[in-house]
Design a protein around this ligand. Sequence first.
Ligand code: HEM
Ligand code: HEM
Ligand code: SF4
Ligand code: SF4
Length: 379
Amino acid sequence: MGYNPDKPMDGRLSDLGPPHYEQFFPQVIRENKGKWLWHEILQAGVLMHKSETGAEVYTVRVGSARLISIEHVRELCDIADAHCDGHLRFTTRNNVEFMVDAKEKVQPLLDDLASRGNKFPVGGTGAGVTNIVHTQGWAHCHTPATDASGVVKAVMDELFEYFTSQVLPAQCRIALACCLNMCGAVHASDIAILGVHRKPPMIDHTRISGVCELPLAISSCPLGAVKPAKAVVNGKEIKTVKVNVERCMFCGNCYTMCPAMPLADPDGDGIAILVGGKVSNSRQAPKFSKLVIPFLPNNTPRWPEVVNAIKGILEAYAAGANKYERLGEWAERIGWEKFFEVCEIPFTDKSIDDYRLAYDSWRTTTQFKYTSHTASYTK
Ligand code: HEM
Ligand code: HEM
Ligand code: SF4
Ligand code: SF4
């Protein structure tokens, strides 16, 4: 029975939840659930898990653009039908994994993937750079300060060799969010790409009282920069807001609440780079990523400044860090002043915290190392 717009509640199904995941298990996963003994990485992108029953499952991980067409999904299904009895899975970083239950089935799968051009690059395991967790960008959201898919493609092209190899000291997680709502993982990734604005919102007094709950817009500001105000529109006094631009730090939160306060700007908007976050508890506790480059332009379509900055940081880390050391652990061990020096990143006042609990992030010790930066300050 088709949907009847005159009786929208007729035959309506709701609150069914997702289908139970066990329905979609490959046979070998179903039979060995909870019985896994050990695993190894056979080569970049290929894992083997051994069960106490003696069974083995081989997993081939391939990159994915996350934003994909139904044709692409069907091609994934064709591959799964041909090699994996119709089973596949997506990872938490939006890679795709094909599983087979015997070693001799791995090579035909790899050959098939390789025969399809660059659509299904094998990799993303071990101490390398895996997929970039990212957001909507200009494809879908209304609050971005940069694009997601475009930047991610440009960065992954440049770092592709690190996706298909495992030559870094530890895994390096890269994430992107196109505004500081930070949908996803930028606040806790080794390298984070973040869309930022640099101009305060414009206020459309003609629309604002019709489209906004003014108290919401006022309370949305983390700095109390939005205040109630009056304006005259077509000879009539209306309620509106004013923004103290000296207090505004361009977060865009007021625009999220109030459509009459847009702030996107082609020259003002761009990308900040944060580094040193992690989410695992291995060796050291999880860390937030920290701002090291306050602004790079939105130089579409390949974002060369952003790509170069990330490559520079990654290569300095690869050269300097010890085995198992994540980027944030390395930066803290050598000292952030050394991090800026070896990465050749100019230190700016924008990296000095000035928000509420800022005090604890300043240096309350005489312990520091002289660097090229210190030299330039004391000249
Ligand atoms: C201390 C707090 C948090 C830490 C350290 C953290 C860390 C992370 C990391 C590292 C990832 C990427 C995981 C991966 O590598 O696959 C991630 C994913 C994610 N985080 Fe957080 N997060 C925190 C809080 C939050 C909060 C408060 C939210 C939402 C309100 C959130 C929403 C998400 C979502 C939706 C993802 C994507 C999940 C996926 O792709 O499967 N996180 N987070
Ligand atoms: C107008 C604004 C927004 C639009 C149009 C939007 C739309 C979407 C869409 C279409 C997806 C993809 C769903 C899929 O892949 O099936 C998505 C994913 C997601 N959205 Fe939003 N969203 C918006 C704002 C937000 C906000 C404000 C947050 C969090 C504070 C958020 C968090 C997420 C997360 C965590 C994901 C999953 C990303 C992943 O796992 O790859 N979104 N959103
Ligand atoms: S990070 Fe910001 S701009 Fe990007 S999808 Fe999330 S809310 Fe939209
Ligand atoms: S952009 Fe952010 S800081 Fe500026 S007025 Fe709006 S909410 Fe406040």
